[in-house]
Design a protein around this ligand. Sequence first.
Ligand code: AMP
Ligand code: MG
Length: 384
Amino acid sequence: MQASESVTLWQAQGRILAETVCAPLDVPPHRNSAMDGYALRYADLASEKPLHLVGASFAGRPFAGEVQPGECVRIMTGAVVPDGTDSVVMQENVQRDGDHIRITSSLMHGENVRHPGEDMRTGDTVLDAGRKLNAADLGLLASLGISDAKVLRRPRVAFCSTGDELKSIGEPLQPGDIYDSNRYTLYGLLQNLDVEIIDLGVVRDTPEAVEHAFQQAMQQADVFITSGGASVGEADYVTSTLERLGQVNFWKIAMKPGKPLAFGTLGECVFFGLPGNPVSVMATFMLFVRPAILRLRGESLPTVPEYTALCTTPLKKVPGRTDYQRGICERDAQGQWQVRSTGGQGSHILRSMSQANCFIALPREMGNLEAGATVTIIPFEGFL
Ligand code: AMP
Ligand code: MG
């Protein structure tokens, strides 16, 4: 059982309900009017005599007393329908003369009267455990007078960048240095997932520094994400550290970009060793890390949405790995999806990722593509 916590409705948007919610009261709680008009006894209409106006019922200020035969009450939308009355005629269908009214069109018995519990009845199950709360749900809970929701605890996700060449923004670049961009990208991607984020900073390329980061993550986090140092270079210590402190479940996959991806566990903590190249970080995050975190959050297994589009540019592709090329998709005048390449597809070209609004997913065995081919696209909507 995943740990849960209680949050106020103000903090509950997007959280996962830990328990089923039943209605503690009827909504609406009382019989009320759907219109501004007059509440009356339907049986009185048979005689066609004018009805005597004896008072008013406003929303939040009910009419006190019982309406007698031959009488009616002025009523506003949401106001309690007074005892003795059973129908409401809208004011547009009434001729008023001092304290008497006459109905100018036909009315049905019970018309314009909303009944207690018509929306939700006391005891009804209104939201199931596991539900991801949305804005409509927040209003629904509020209408039931419920101020707090019991929700699943958010996963704690620690992340760091590895690399001796990385400088944080604000620091001057020495020869051979670059600015660390992956941490900012990862931070943004994680913010979209509504998790607790633990930034472990930039980690140097030494076995000791990498091990220290792993230890910190294992103590605090449910998920640990590194970028860089997962390949087979001489300064790549991520996978060997994972092997020593936990377990490697897989390392290296047949996708481009993202080949060096490592996945494993560190005790209770789930580990993702992402490649260092910025585009690889985003591709592996979208396809592997994001679904795993959503699942850990208690959401049902998310599917990555795929669509078909006509590709208007030729694409270069070497058989052997599944490619996730960067594309710009849009609908043509006929409503059909079209996609074009962003150009240079190197996994270090961050700009292509920024320009793109979708991946073009090309199957493993496919080679070069001519313009006009039908391809699969994965939109970035809601992901970046
Ligand atoms: P690595 O996987 O560590 O071999 O890194 C692959 C490439 O990604 C190298 O060119 C690195 O300089 C670059 N890289 C690694 N980490 C980052 C980062 N945090 N920000 C930007 N580029 C990075
Ligand atoms: Mg490196």
